[in-house]
Design a protein around this ligand. Structure first.
Ligand SMILES: [Zn+2]
Length: 166
């Protein structure tokens, strides 16, 4: 049985298999345990991913699977990736991402305004930069900040032992 992982707009990973979505319950050394995302409505569908990469499905879903939801989840994931890699206006990114979707699918997407908010949020998170260090040894300069915007070297010297940085 094929399965895949999708990221939701709340930054959580879900498992998709055969029309159903699962959220993770726990992980042990030998397997990962997932429950149907309709568990709140008492659905008994469960999935176990074994350490060999195989999947075992347990329990019976009381509801129908919905493959359209996968398309929705993937579209939201695409929007998020583009929001972080492109500087286009949120609405431009959204309309490009949904342009190829069927009507049924686009009806299930979050509204344009909540998607725009989601894009702004994803961008803010990315631009928040490193936190303020408390001491020199805690100060590590991530590669993207080691040069100035003009491309000059910002971090001139780093002794790496926490004693000297220029
Ligand atoms: Zn279910």
């Amino acid at each position: 049985m094929d399965f895949q992982f999708v990221e939701t707009n709340r930054n959580r990973k879900k498992l998709y298999c055969g029309g159903f979505f699962y959220t993770k319950i726990k992980r042990t050394d030998s397997a990962e345990y997932w429950k149907c995302d309709q568990w709140v409505n008492k659905c008994k569908g469960r999935a176990i991913i074994n350490s060999d990469g195989g999947i075992t499905l347990n329990g019976v879903h009381y509801h129908e699977g919905n493959p359209v939801k996968l398309e929705v989840a993937e579209t939201v994931g695409t929007i998020k990736k583009r929001a972080q890699s492109e500087r286009d206006a949120p609405r431009a990114i959204i309309s490009r991402a949904v342009s190829y979707l069927s009507q049924t699918t686009s009806k299930m997407l979050p509204t344009v305004s909540s998607l725009s908010r989601f894009i702004r949020h994803a961008r803010e998170k990315e631009n928040s930069g490193p936190s303020v260090p408390l001491s020199l040894s805690e100060l590590t300069v991530p590669p993207q900040y080691q040069n100035t915007a003009k491309g000059d070297k910002f971090l001139l010297y780093d002794s790496k032992d926490g004693t000297k940085k220029i």
